[in-house]
Design a protein. Structure first.
Length: 107
């Protein structure tokens, strides 16, 4: 697996993958630092460098534009603002796609 780097996250922070084009905005940040990865490689602050790292995981199930990803165990929620080809993970566990809330009926 990739190198583990725990990051202190804040709501509103932009993060970018170093293995593909994935970019996310932190919607809800955990209280403790977390190991957030894309393709098995730690995410970086957006603008801290272009993709070029070698992924340590397989392609597929990449982040989808406009979707929210969560890890309820640590209290993390991300919004994908630029899609990519590698999956997002926190602490080695893949992030879950957040399901939409049902709209109220309009009788």
């Amino acid at each position: 697996m990739g190198v583990s780097i725990a990051m202190e996250l804040k709501a509103g922070s932009r993060l970018a993958s170093t293995v593909d084009a994935t970019e996310c905005v932190v919607i809800r940040a955990p209280k403790e630092p977390v190991d957030l990865t894309c393709g098995g490689v730690p995410m970086a602050a957006a603008g801290d460098g272009a993709p070029g790292a070698t992924p340590s995981g397989p392609e597929g199930d990449g982040a989808q534009l406009g979707k929210r990803y969560v890890d309820d165990g640590v209290g993390l929620e991300l919004l994908c603002v630029k899609a990519g080809t590698y999956p997002l993970a926190c602490g080695g566990q893949p992030l879950s796609l957040k399901s939409a809330k049902p709209l109220p009926s309009s009788d």
